[in-house]
Unconditional design. Structure first.
Length: 166
C-alpha cells in the first residue's frame, strides 16, 4: 500500500459540482499543449481560438448536453474526459487529458473505461474519437482499449479517427 490516495472518477456537473476551477485548469493545459503541438503556440488562454476559450470559461454551457468525467485525487482534479450526448446511436470521447504530474498511473485508461461504461448505460452502439496523429501514446492507448482506425469524419489534416463498438 502506498501513501498516495486512490484516484476516483466523478461526473461533472453532478457528483463534483465544485470542481469547475480544476476542470478549467485541465482544459487550459490541454488546449495550450495542443496549440503548441500544432505549431501555433500561444502565451495564454486569451490567445486560444474562441471556441476553446469558451470551453475553459463556461464549460456548463459548452458541455451542457454532455458528461464530463473527472479523475480526482482527493479534492484535486487530475484528469478529464468529455463524453458527448449520443447522435445517431454514437457518442464521442473528447478532451482526454491527465495532468503531467499524474501520467503513467492508469488515469487515462480509467477515464476511458468510465466513458465506455457510461456509453453502455445510455445505450449507444459505438463510441468514436479523433486524435492528432503525433499523439502516438494516446493512439496506442485507444488501440489497447479496443478502438480501431476508421474513415475520417473530420476534414482537419493530421487527425486520426477511431471507433469502438459497445
Amino acid at each position: 500500500m502506498t501513501d498516495q490516495p486512490e484516484v476516483a472518477i466523478a461526473r461533472w456537473p453532478g457528483q463534483a459540482p465544485s470542481l469547475q476551477d480544476g476542470l478549467a485548469d485541465l482544459l487550459t493545459s490541454y488546449h495550450l499543449q495542443t496549440q503548441a503541438e500544432k505549431g501555433e503556440a500561444v502565451a495564454g488562454v486569451d490567445g486560444l481560438p474562441y471556441h476553446y476559450r469558451v470551453e475553459i470559461t463556461d464549460p456548463r454551457i459548452v458541455f451542457a448536453d454532455d458528461i464530463v468525467l473527472l479523475a480526482l485525487r482527493g479534492d484535486t482534479a487530475v484528469g478529464c474526459l468529455v463524453v458527448t450526448a449520443p447522435v445517431d446511436g454514437r457518442s464521442e470521447v473528447k478532451r482526454l487529458w491527465t495532468a503531467p504530474a499524474f501520467r503513467g498511473r492508469g488515469i487515462a485508461s480509467s477515464l476511458v473505461g468510465a466513458a465506455l461504461a457510461h456509453a453502455a448505460e445510455i445505450g449507444v452502439s459505438a463510441v468514436r474519437l479523433s486524435v492528432w496523429k503525433w499523439r502516438e501514446d494516446a493512439i496506442a492507448l485507444y488501440e489497447r482499449l479496443g478502438f480501431t482506425v476508421t474513415q475520417s469524419w473530420d476534414e482537419r489534416d493530421q487527425l486520426v479517427c477511431m471507433e469502438r463498438s459497445i
